[in-house]
Structures are given as structure tokens and as C-alpha cells.
Design a protein around this ligand. Structure first.
Ligand code: NOJ
Length: 688
């Protein structure tokens, strides 16, 4: 039986085509293509076993790969099925992000929904939905309500990603103590074992793939395990008893996602992850505002101040006033203050249950400072370091966020410094279990925090987070997160500090999940006198370019105020650069070598360009054809001076202004470890 209907509801075109399979179809094949017909997914039931494959332009990208789950109790959901029904629908709609790197997002895809039933007639059922976009594929499972499955315990997810060659891969290891904070390795995929997602690949014929997940809300994080050759299997981070996921049918998995592009920049320009998330659940988002902040932070990482109380305590009333004045003078929205609350004294990493989230240190006048900041047009940014003491934090969650709301603190940075599998959970019998940082227990916790913060109108910036999977679409108060080696590694990482190529990999890996609070903008690159064998391995101009290249709706100017006051000219770029964009274009890119990104300000006609390189000098020419034709602009260029070099001459910067139009070709000359940042000011805009 074949049915087709097509409706137009509020600009959303939905076409439905459904097929009822022939009875006893234990072998069946159904295919679905992307709207532009370049990508095809084939679902195949092979003698009762559900499988899928993906091809692009007729060439295999993922060859036949298994689907399904094994359960702790009850029969597996990975075989002995027959196809009950398959339904195809098409969607083409455009939606608006409240903030982001792109205002309007087109969601254009074809969907194939598969319903499987037990082939011998028992009540066992599984549904799988595929969505095929022009830039990749998403699929997810739905376990419908069925007898015997009110309690679901997933022992294993058997989803495979059988890649078709020993592709070049950029990856970080999973199940390691430092969560996602590892340097990316660039190797053939055959050198990987257990890896986090997003993991990004370049095939021999220069197709770019990235495997990740979208909408991780009440499930375990998916890592990947290379089972053999070039095949990965989903490896869900388990609970302490080995069960991977607990739930009650009906239940739906996150989307398994494969981005596919013919250039590295295509991966960055893709909105697949956002399109696979649920629309915004908050009715009022008017209180959510991207912006830039400074804070009492870098001085602790340098060792100049301490989080804990004592003579070097950073979060004092006096020091915070200094930062508030600095923020007000230079137009920053927020002042982050770490170490403001009781709990930091002693070994804070080991004592997560000592933190008090509504109790300031005596030398920190929280209410007075919140008032002082507000009076100067600035807001304090709260800080909740939990050190993984989840139960302690959850007990105080409402009180902590209610306090923020009362004081007009509109954003909180949180932290979860705890080693890989060291999160204490007490069960109903009082027994303590140690959970992984990325298991379902923590996924639930992070979701609870997002919802609590939203109720109190607080935006979040999460460090040591669960990886970004696009939840910001559903909860736009989930602004940004760390989740990779950030700037702080340069303060104390020693040999583990970020190499010049690190930020040329992040946009193609970690940032495919979503914004990152990298905290750019260190001007005192060598910070001599602090912390021995440490420094920032970039030029000064590259620090500026990172504001454009690494997207974050909340960007920090991370250095100490005196270091900005010592260099007012380059500081102007940090003051000017927006954090909310109308549109984004990648002008050139080679993963791990260089990347140049242009973004248009959402609130003016200005464009910004950021270009960075690894340890090699580069010369590029970029066309400014994205500018309005016929309009005059002035390019304010912050570039590496001719003799700049991250290693030997990092501070040498040249700042110049040139008239440009849409027909201009802009030369970019990047020093080793360098970069260029450009504000392209539309004529008529005042230069402020
Ligand atoms: C780790 C975070 O990444 C860092 O930014 C913060 O300063 C410390 N934890 C303390 O919370």
C-alpha cells in the first residue's frame, strides 16, 4: 500500500509517503535521499537484522552497519525483526536562532521512519528514524511502550559506523582522567581505539566526515570503539554497575550524526546538529544576551592570586571593584569572579562537598558588588565550581540560582573538576558509587542545572561539561562551555600546553558540537615571572583572530586589566568584536594547518574576519565578495608584523586601515603561530 499526501503548514512543507511492508518482510530495503540527492541512506533488514549504509554521490561513506540495542533483561533489540512499516516525510523550514553564529537556519531534510516488529509475533518492537540533509545524516532509535519493557536497561548499543577506508582522523581518547581535555591526535583511524566524539575524518578523495551525536538529554554519552579494521561501534559510557542507559519505554535515543562535506569549511558551516535538536522550550528568551566579559580568573591560573582565602585571595571586594570599573570603562557586560564562595580552602578538588553556593567569603561583599556592578551597567558573573560534588551542588541548586536572580547575576560559570570516573552517587540504601563524568547520571545532572538556571533566568557557561550536542537550541540559556584544552593550559600545562596548531583543529572537532569558552585575548604572552616553563604559543594578532575563529556567545577578555591598558591599540579589536552573528562563512581551511572565517555582525552592517595558522607562516588572498556590492567599507586590520613569530617575536603587530569593497582581494600574511583579525566597517558606521 502506498499513500502520499502533501500539506503546507505555516511555511513548513511536509510531504508524507508511507509504505506498508509485505508480511514476513524479514529482509527488506528502503532508501532515502537528501533533498539535493547527493547523500543516500539505505536501511536494510538482513534476515531480521537492522542495518544501514550511507553513500555520497554514489560512493560509499558508511558501508553496511548494524543497528539496535542489547538489553540487560529481555530479548535483544538488534535481530529477528520484520519490517512493519516505513514512512517518508520531507521538511523545509527556516527558523531563527535567538543568538548564534547564524541567525536564520534552514532545516531541509527527508525523513525515513522505520517500524520493526518481532518476526515470530511477540510484542517486541523498535523504531528507527533517519533524517537525510544535504550536509549529513542523523538517525535515532525509539523504543515504544511494550509489555515487559516498562523498565529498560541498555547493556549495549550495537550501532556501527563501518567507514570505508583508513581515513585521516583528528581525535581525543575516551575514558581518560582528564575528560575531554587532551590534545587532538592527527593519525590514520586505524591508530584509534576508544575515542570521544566529535571525531573528524578526511578520506583519500577529500571528503570530510565527522561523527557525533545530537540532543543528548537523558542517555549516556556515546564514545566510539574501533572494533575491527575501519569499523567503529557506539560505546555508551556506563553506570557504575555496567548498565549503559536506564529508562522506561517509550524512550528515544539521541541522534547519531554523520556530517558529510566536500571541504573542511563545510563542516563548520553545517547546522545539522542544531536541526536535530528540539525547538526552543523557553517562552521568553529576552533575558538571554550574548556578550563579553572580564574576570578574576587568569590571575589564579598564573598563581598571582588564590581561589582560597588568605593574603593572595583574588575575590576581594576591592579587587572586584577594580574589575567592574575596568569593564564599565571598556564596555564589557560581565565580570566573572572565581573563588568568591566558601569551600576553596585546602584541597578543593578533593573536597567538592564543602562548596557553599550562597555563602561568600567574608572579604567579598556579594550584594554590595552586585549593586555596584549594576549601577555601572555591568553584571557580576557567578561561579559554581562543584569539583564533581554533585549531591552537594544539587542540594543547593535552587537556592544558588535564586540568589543569582535576586542579585541580578545573569550568568553563571560552572566547573566540574573531577577525574574521569570519580563522581560520587549515593543510592537509596546509602551505598556510594563512583560514576563516570560522561555517563547518564551526569547527563541528567547537567540537564537539571540548565532547567533550574532557566527558571531563574540565568545563562550558563559550563566548564568540564558534558560535550555540546546542540541543546542550546532547546535551552538557549546554555550558552557556551569548555570541553577541550582551553587557554588555561597555557598558564600551567608545561609540555601539555597548547601548540600553535591546537586552535586550527578545534573548529573542525570540538566546536562542531557548539560554542566554546576558550577564553582568548592573552596579551602578556610570556608572563615572565609566573609559572616557569609556560607561555602562550601564539602571536598577539592570533589572540585577536581567535575571537572570530572560535565561536562563543560569551567571550572572555582573559588577561589582566593592566595588560590591556598597556596595549590599548590591539585591545580596541576585543572591544569592537561582537559575539552574535547574522551569518558565517569559511573563506579557507585546512584542518590542523589554517582557517579563515568571516562573520557578519547581527546588529550592524560590519563584517569581521579571523584568520589563524599553525606553526607555519602562510600567505592567503581572500575575496571580500560577501560584502554588499557597491558599498564602501574600511578594513581595520590587526596583523602580524613582518618580523613576527610566535616563538621569537610574538608581540610584533601591525595595525592599519584600508578602504575595501566587495571586489577587493585582501592579502593575509600570517607569521608562524600567527593570525590576522579584521573589522570591516561599513561606511557610515562610526569608528567606535
Ligand atoms: C577549571 C576551569 O576550566 C577553570 O576555568 C576554572 O578556573 C577552574 N576549574 C576552577 O573552577
Amino acid at each position: 500500500m502506498l499513500r502520499m499526501l502533501s500539506t503546507l503548514v505555516g511555511g513548513l512543507l511536509v510531504m508524507i509517503q508511507s509504505a506498508q511492508a509485505a508480511p514476513n518482510a524479514a529482509s527488506a530495503t528502503v532508501a532515502v535521499e537528501s533533498p539535493d540527492k547527493t547523500i543516500e541512506v539505505v536501511f536494510e533488514l538482513r534476515d531480521g537484522v537492522p542495518t544501514y549504509s550511507v553513500s555520497r554521490l554514489g560512493k560509499p561513506v558508511v558501508s553496511s552497519s548494524t543497528l539496535g540495542f542489547r538489553l540487560r533483561r529481555g530479548p535483544a533489540l538488534d535481530s529477528d525483526f520484520e519490517l512493519a512499516a516505513s514512512t517518508e516525510t520531507s521538511t523545509d523550514q527556516t527558523w531563527t536562532q535567538p543568538w548564534g553564529e547564524q541567525r536564520l537556519i534552514r532545516d531541509h531534510h527527508n525523513q525515513l521512519h522505520i517500524e520493526l516488529v518481532d518476526k515470530s509475533g511477540s510484542s517486541r518492537r523498535l523504531e528507527i528514524t533517519f533524517r537525510v540533509f544535504n550536509d549529513g545524516v542523523g538517525f535515532r532509535y525509539h523504543i515504544p511502550e511494550q509489555p515487559g519493557l516498562d523498565k529498560v536497561e541498555i547493556d549495549d548499543e550495537v550501532t556501527e559506523f563501518a567507514l570505508t577506508g583508513d581515513h585521516r582522523a583528528w581525535w581525543i581518547p575516551a575514558y581518560e582522567p582528564n575528560r575531554y581535555e587532551y590534545r587532538y591526535t592527527d593519525s590514520p583511524l586505524s591508530k584509534t581505539f576508544k575515542v570521544h566524539t566529535p571525531i573528524t575524518f578526511e578520506t583519500a578523495n577529500r571528503t570530510y566526515l565527522s561523527i557525533h551525536e545530537a540532543a543528548l538529554t537523558d542517555f549516556a554519552s556515546m564514545t566510539l570503539y574501533r572494533t575491527q579494521g575501519t569499523t567503529y561501534q557506539a560505546d555508551l559510557v556506563p553506570w557504575s554497575d555496567g548498565v549503559r542507559v536506564r529508562g522506561t519505554a517509550p524512550m528515544t535515543s539521541p541522534w547519531r550524526m554523520i556530517q558529510i562535506a566536500d571541504s573542511p569549511g563545510g563542516l563548520i558551516e553545517s547546522n545539522l546538529i542544531l536541526n536535530l535538536n528540539e525547538p526552543c522550550q523557553l517562552e521568553d528568551v529576552s533575558w538571554i544576551k550574548p556578550g563579553k566579559y572580564v574576570g578574576i580568573w587568569w590571575e589564579m591560573h598564573l598563581g598571582k592570586a588564590t581561589w582560597g582565602s588568605g593574603p593572595k585571595h583574588g575575590a576581594t571586594t576591592e579587587n572586584t571593584r577594580k574589575y567592574i570599573d575596568f569593564a564599565a570603562k571598556h564596555g564589557f557586560d560581565g565580570v566573572l569572579v572565581e573563588g568568591w564562595n566558601i569551600g576553596w580552602d585546602g584541597d578543593w578538588i578533593a573536597n567538592g562537598d564543602k562548596f557553599r553556593f550562597a555563602k561568600p567569603y567574608p572579604d567579598y561583599d556579594l550584594a554590595g558588588l552586585a549593586d555596584y556592578a549594576r549601577g555601572r551597567g555591568v553584571r557580576l558573573i557567578g561561579h559554581h565550581e562543584t569539583a564533581g560534588g554533585i549531591e552537594n551542588y544539587e542540594r543547593q541548586l535552587d537556592e544558588a540560582f535564586a540568589l543569582c536572580q535576586k542579585l541580578g547575576i545573569r550568568a553563571v560559570k560552572s566547573g566540574y573538576v573531577a577525574h574521569g570516573r570519580n563522581i560520587k552517587r549515593t543510592d537509596e540504601n546509602g551505598k556510594v558509587h563512583l560514576e563516570w563524568h560522561h555517563g547518564q547520571y551526569m547527563v541528567r545532572h547537567y540537564r537539571k542545572v540548565i532547567e533550574t538556571a532557566a527558571r531563574h533566568h540565568v545563562m550558563l557557561n559550563v566548564h568540564e561539561p558534558i560535550k555540546a550536542t546542540g541543546i542550546r537550541r532547546t535551552f538557549p540559556n546554555m550558552m557556551t562551555r569548555e570541553g577541550a584544552c582551553g587557554q588555561e593550559f597555557n598558564a600551567w600545562g608545561g609540555d601539555l600546553r597548547n601548540h600553535p596548531d591546537h586552535t586550527t583543529i578545534l573548529p573542525f572537532t570540538r566546536l562542531l558540537g557548539g560554542p566554546m569558552d576558550f577564553t582568548p585575548g592573552i596579551f602578556d604572552l610570556l608572563f615572565e615571572g609566573y609559572q616557569g616553563n609556560n607561555r602562550v604559543s601564539t602571536t598577539l594578532a592570533k589572540q585577536l583572530a581567535l575571537y572570530v575563529v572560535l565561536y562563543s556567545p560569551l567571550h572572555m577578555a582573559a588577561d589582566l586589566p593592566e595588560n590591556y591598558e598597556a596595549r590599548p591599540e590591539p585591545f580596541q579589536f576585543i572591544k569592537d568584536v561582537p559575539t552574535d552573528w547574522e551569518t558565517t562563512e569559511v573563506l579557507n581551511a585546512c584542518i590542523g594547518d589554517y582557517v579563515t572565517i568571516a562573520r557578519k555582525d547581527r546588529n550592524s552592517d560590519d563584517w569581521y574576519v579571523g584568520s589563524i595558522t599553525d606553526e607555519h607562516a602562510r600567505e592567503h588572498e581572500v575575496e571580500l565578495s560577501f560584502l554588499d556590492p557597491g558599498r564602501a567599507y574600511v578594513a581595520e586590520i590587526y596583523r602580524d608584523a613582518d618580523d613576527a613569530d610566535w616563538d621569537t617575536n610574538p608581540y610584533a603587530i601591525t595595525i592599519e586601515s584600508n578602504p575595501v569593497t566587495a571586489t577587493t582581494t585582501l592579502p593575509l600574511e600570517l607569521a608562524p603561530g600567527g593570525g590576522t583579525a579584521v573589522r570591516i566597517r561599513a561606511a557610515g558606521d562610526s569608528a567606535q
